[in-house]
Design a protein around this ligand. Structure first.
Ligand SMILES: O=P(O)(O)OC[C@H]1O[C@H](OP(=O)(O)OP(=O)(O)O)[C@H](O)[C@@H]1O
Ligand code: HPA
Ligand SMILES: [Mg+2]
Length: 172
């Protein structure tokens, strides 16, 4: 008797990103942004990473674009009286950020767009860059590399580990 085939194979339930892949995609993002800043020869004034997910791409962008002035903004999703909202946990240096002009604000992905919407209100002149984007939040991003469907969950390498899996035909 053959085992019935599930609608989706295990690897199709999410988009699993390796370290190599995030490195390549973040480099592609850097190359797309290079020379498009408002400074002399298209330079950018600095980078602000949205923690925590934005820190890995921000580090790769900083290396490729030779940017050494980097700050962070901490944004956390929270639930309060069954209404979900966002809370800014730490603010970057206001003298560095100003209105955001010349600053690249970097995150790993945009999903609903709520995180970027909030940060955009704070720094309206910044350039918003993410490595991955889902359709709902795409309007909030100025530059991104890869779009995935809204029902795809992106798994990042810092949230995963290599582990043994049963052969496909051996599974329940
Ligand atoms: O477009 P949105 O629907 O707002 O979602 C995108 C945000 O959600 C994730 O961060 P999360 O708040 O899970 O925190 P983390 O970066 O610390 O993992 C991701 O890194 C983005 O920052
Ligand atoms: O698809 C996702 N993957 C990881 N973190 C996320 N936060 C919002 N959407 C996602
Ligand atoms: Mg995040």
């Amino acid at each position: 008797m053959t085992t019935p085939r599930p609608d989706r194979l295990p690897h199709e339930k999410g988009f699993h990103i390796s370290w190599d892949q995030i490195h390549r995609d973040s480099r592609a993002l850097a190359w797309r942004l290079d020379g498009h800043g408002p400074g002399e020869n298209g330079t950018w004034r600095g980078i602000c990473a949205i923690t925590r997910g934005g820190m890995v791409p921000a580090s790769i962008l900083a290396r490729e674009l030779d940017i050494r002035t980097i700050d962070t903004i901490g944004v956390k999703s929270y639930d309060h009286n069954q209404q979900s909202g966002l809370e800014v946990l730490n603010q970057p240096d206001p003298d560095f950020m100003k209105d955001g002009e010349g600053i690249l604000i970097v995150d790993d992905l945009v999903d609903s767009g709520k995180t970027l919407e909030l940060v955009r209100q704070m720094y309206p002149k910044a350039h918003f860059a993410t490595v991955y984007a889902k359709p709902k939040g795409r309007v909030q991003v100025d530059t991104f590399i890869t779009e995935v469907s809204q029902d795809t969950w992106i798994f990042f390498p810092w949230d995963m580990a290599l582990q043994y899996v049963e052969p496909y035909r051996g599974r329940e």
